[in-house]
Design a protein around this ligand. Structure first.
Ligand SMILES: [Fe+2]
Ligand SMILES: [Fe+2]
Length: 179
């Protein structure tokens, strides 16, 4: 991430509020524009968000290990989710998205079903993130890095939920109706 999260913690509660909602109606069109948007707005962004959040989680855990509320194990949890998500996004970019662009309608059911199952696993990982962090509310006396970590994680969480919803409810739904 080009701007360190510490530098913006304490200002806006959202890293890029203008990017949270596009307001664009993607339903019913060809998949090309939506796929390009998903890769640029979500896949690329997740690949920037995770390393910075993992870096901050490691710092917070090391500095505050004995403090109540410290999210011990958070860096490991984020690393696991980042690896699983990277594997998932590579499958979309290399296999499923090219099929969708070619409108290979008869072959979509199995890969789309697999992606939906993995989306559910990502949602469960976000639920565990909420559990580990007390719904991403830092203690009142949290240091700047701890606050920055939770600002970044709230944005990451929101982005990933939007990303999943866009694929499940529009990209995959529109295409699966062709099969
Ligand atoms: Fe995706
Ligand atoms: Fe996906």
């Amino acid at each position: 991430m080009t701007v360190l999260l510490e530098q913006i913690a304490g200002s806006a509660g959202c890293l890029c509020p203008q990017m949270g909602q596009t307001g664009q109606n993607w339903s019913g069109g060809t998949p090309d524009a939506l796929i390009d948007h998903i890769i640029e707005r979500y896949h690329t962004r997740h690949r920037q968000q995770f390393p910075e959040c993992i870096r901050l989680a490691t710092l917070v855990e090391d500095a505050h290990r004995d403090k109540p509320g410290c999210p011990r194990g958070l860096a490991d949890h984020l690393s696991t989710l980042a690896q699983e998500l990277e594997c998932h996004m590579m499958k979309e970019e290399r296999v499923l998205f090219p099929m969708l662009r070619r409108a290979s309608v008869g072959q979509l059911l199995a890969p789309v079903s697999m992606m939906r199952i993995e989306h559910e696993q990502h949602r469960e990982a976000l639920d565990h993130l909420d559990y580990m962090t007390g719904d991403l509310v830092p203690p009142q006396d949290a240091c700047r890095q701890w606050q920055a970590l939770y600002v970044g994680l709230r944005q990451l969480r929101e982005d990933l939920m939007e990303h999943i919803a866009l694929e499940n409810n529009i990209l995959f739904l529109d295409r699966s109706q062709l099969t």
